[in-house]
Design a protein around this ligand. Sequence first.
Ligand SMILES: *[C@@H]1O[C@H](CO)[C@@H](O)[C@H](O)[C@H]1NC(C)=O
Ligand SMILES: *[C@@H]1O[C@H](CO)[C@@H](O)[C@H](O)[C@H]1NC(C)=O
Ligand SMILES: *[C@@H]1O[C@H](CO)[C@@H](O)[C@H](O)[C@H]1NC(C)=O
Ligand SMILES: *[C@@H]1O[C@H](CO)[C@@H](O)[C@H](O)[C@H]1NC(C)=O
Ligand SMILES: *[C@@H]1O[C@H](CO)[C@@H](O)[C@H](O)[C@H]1NC(C)=O
Ligand SMILES: *[C@@H]1O[C@H](CO)[C@@H](O)[C@H](O)[C@H]1NC(C)=O
Ligand SMILES: *[C@@H]1O[C@H](CO)[C@@H](O)[C@H](O)[C@H]1NC(C)=O
Ligand SMILES: *[C@@H]1O[C@H](CO)[C@@H](O)[C@H](O)[C@H]1NC(C)=O
Ligand SMILES: *[C@@H]1O[C@H](CO)[C@@H](O)[C@H](O)[C@H]1NC(C)=O
Ligand SMILES: *[C@@H]1O[C@H](CO)[C@@H](O)[C@H](O)[C@H]1NC(C)=O
Ligand SMILES: *[C@@H]1O[C@H](CO)[C@@H](O)[C@H](O)[C@H]1NC(C)=O
Ligand SMILES: *[C@@H]1O[C@H](CO)[C@@H](O)[C@H](O)[C@H]1NC(C)=O
Length: 632
Amino acid sequence: MTAKLHQPTLLLLLLILVGVFLHRSHAQPNITGYNCTASQTGYPCRTYAFYRGALAPNYTDLASIGDLFGVSRLMIAEPSNISASAAALSAPLVADQPLLVPLTCGCNPTNGTNNISSANTNYTIRSGDTFYLLSIGAFENLTSYQSVEVVNPSLVPTNLSIGDDVVFPIFCKCPNTTQVAGGLNYLVSYVLQPSDNLSSVASRFGVSEQSIVDINGNSTKTTETLFVPVSKLPNLTQPNVSAAAPAAPPAAKEERTGLIVGLAIGVGLLGACLILGIGLLVHRERSREKRGPGGLEGDGGEKRQAYGDKGSREMEVNLLADVTDCLDKYRVFGIDELKEATEGFSPKCLIQGSVYKGCVDGEMFAIKKMKWNAYEELKILQKVNHGNLVRLEGFCIDPEDANCYLVYEFIPSGSLHSWLHEAGHRGRLDWKTRLRIAVDVANGLQYIHEHTRPRVVHKDIKSSNILLDSNMRAKIANFGLAKSGCNAITMHIVGTQGYIAPEYLSDGVVSTRMDVFSFGVVLLELVSGREATDEEGRVIWAAAVEAFGGRSSEEIGKAERLKGWMDEGLLADEACSTESVASAMSIAISCLNRDPSKRPSMVEIVYALCRSDDIFDFSEDASSNDAQVLAR
Ligand SMILES: *[C@@H]1O[C@H](CO)[C@@H](O)[C@H](O)[C@H]1NC(C)=O
Ligand SMILES: *[C@@H]1O[C@H](CO)[C@@H](O)[C@H](O)[C@H]1NC(C)=O
Ligand SMILES: *[C@@H]1O[C@H](CO)[C@@H](O)[C@H](O)[C@H]1NC(C)=O
Ligand SMILES: *[C@@H]1O[C@H](CO)[C@@H](O)[C@H](O)[C@H]1NC(C)=O
Ligand SMILES: *[C@@H]1O[C@H](CO)[C@@H](O)[C@H](O)[C@H]1NC(C)=O
Ligand SMILES: *[C@@H]1O[C@H](CO)[C@@H](O)[C@H](O)[C@H]1NC(C)=O
Ligand SMILES: *[C@@H]1O[C@H](CO)[C@@H](O)[C@H](O)[C@H]1NC(C)=O
Ligand SMILES: *[C@@H]1O[C@H](CO)[C@@H](O)[C@H](O)[C@H]1NC(C)=O
Ligand SMILES: *[C@@H]1O[C@H](CO)[C@@H](O)[C@H](O)[C@H]1NC(C)=O
Ligand SMILES: *[C@@H]1O[C@H](CO)[C@@H](O)[C@H](O)[C@H]1NC(C)=O
Ligand SMILES: *[C@@H]1O[C@H](CO)[C@@H](O)[C@H](O)[C@H]1NC(C)=O
Ligand SMILES: *[C@@H]1O[C@H](CO)[C@@H](O)[C@H](O)[C@H]1NC(C)=O
């Protein structure tokens, strides 16, 4: 009886296994990318990828797609024939909405001897992501998982951790000089769909079928990348924004789910070693993939849609239309001027990250080198003007290598991080200075949270982004350090370990309250002189909340605990009252509340900090902002 039951099961199981393997080998083109050589002409170049909006559940608006490719919304909107109005830029996309995403295509090394022609984009692994699912999902087969493997040789594809940085090589090609001379300006990356044929692609791009065959050969298969040779970008027809219905989620892959369920039951019943062995392997791998980047299967995408994308988007900077109006407010530097100032961007002049120090006409500046996605940061900075924010002085665009440079006022004394944690400085800031720095930062944040329309969320508040001038007054730097240090506001989980608010880390929720959380960590650093994460990578905020928050908030032993936490340099500071430190600590703890809605606003923090020690006269800080605060 049981045997009879088992035989069909076994058969079914074998069929399923074969099905799974076939499914997989059919599903993926056998490619690791398109070879190129360093001597080839035309590299690097700007090119475009044809991307279908709202196919992957989490990529239903321009901002999330921009984040995926490390470009701004405007940069996608422009070539895609989407108007640059705030409404159009933040409107949800309809399923399969055609977009042209700009890429910088280069000839990039792999783990082997060959180089591949790709536009490398950074991605930070999130729960359930796999190379395979990301390649076919978020990246819509514009790359392949095999290629991701060869450009990330240090990562084990079956053992990815959340937070791993992965390079995704988007397939692209640059026309060589002969082709450009013949009027071929772009080779647009286009993934062939089952509904496409050569002539539909040709008419979509306004080119001849033969020209596509000339470049790609005549054997391109569905879901493989084609390079469409065009002299100028096609005119895309966009659906009417007002008529745009929320994107329908793509059809669930029930077929595969069925297979997995079948497989799991089969394995459970049978228990035959060989099958079990293979079965488990396959099952493990598939269920790993199935838990998926959220988006491919399951309903997680909608939840994020509900408050991650929409809510936060409104709170985030809404970058409005025309960028040209902001350009004439600033000094335009010449690339030669900047090269001379920084000795050709030599490492000697590097301050940190991609920020260089340079002297132009006898004046010192900080020069930040970016890709061509500086417009959004420009847009934010031109709106904000406050003594506690680093001032933008000018910019420079280098048409040759498509780089953009933002030129800031140079802040001489370096970062708060170096004053708190680097040998030579450590312990040298007195309490009054620390408190003043806290008030400065809080004022700067209060300004961007309350006095800009729409609100700006910094997203990367940390002691190394707080700079001190010659009077030890603090200024917030690095607006839009977001993703990879060069993109303005993103939906990617960016930020710095030890400072990131838990709700942002888990759900990607962006709000001003995440800056409040990070500010709480900075306040802890000011009190304790400890770094945000210790040598073992543990975050200090968790330890502080344990020591001073919740049930441990009772008074007994609190003074002792506080002494244990205080920076040694402060214990010797006579002008440092324990009450003042205790008050700062309790403000910090309230900022670190896990529930964002229970954290104080920056307005309340400024007020509380100013009161936290009456012996200090903060009247000069009591700018118009504070006056408004107190009037409320
Ligand atoms: C990508 O390829 C996979 C496997 O061939 C396919 O299921 C998926 O629909 C493709 N996605 C796109 C956007 O082409
Ligand atoms: C991949 O392609 C190469 C040549 O194009 C071929 O020799 C090889 O057998 C293919 N591998 C698989 C797994 O299909
Ligand atoms: C690959 O690129 C590196 C630099 O990126 C270059 O040194 C090397 O020669 C290239 N290899 C080939 C085969 O083109
Ligand atoms: C490069 O990576 C691929 C996939 O991980 C692997 O199959 C190949 O052996 C690697 N090649 C070298 C030269 O390490
Ligand atoms: C690309 O280069 C690698 C290594 O040189 C080689 O194994 C592979 O066959 C090449 N692929 C193509 C399509 O030329
Ligand atoms: C997987 O990665 C983690 C952390 O990166 C490492 O500790 C662990 O040993 C790895 N496991 C395997 C099987 O490689
Ligand atoms: C440019 O590419 C075309 C087609 O691939 C080729 O025939 C031509 O020789 C190339 N020219 C140069 C200068 O590399
Ligand atoms: C593809 O092109 C080759 C020559 O380039 C030709 O021999 C072959 O018949 C073509 N195949 C099809 C299906 O057109
Ligand atoms: C796009 O539209 C412009 C005018 O709006 C026209 O001149 C151009 O030929 C069109 N291009 C294509 C590829 O259809
Ligand atoms: C842009 O899209 C609209 C429809 O949304 C279309 O009427 C117009 O011709 C397009 N513009 C170009 C230059 O193709
Ligand atoms: C998509 O959204 C879901 C739900 O918020 C999330 O769990 C998942 O990690 C997201 N996937 C990606 C690739 O961002
Ligand atoms: C990706 O990350 C690497 C290393 O962190 C960085 O050098 C590179 O500039 C980043 N690329 C982009 C497009 O942001």
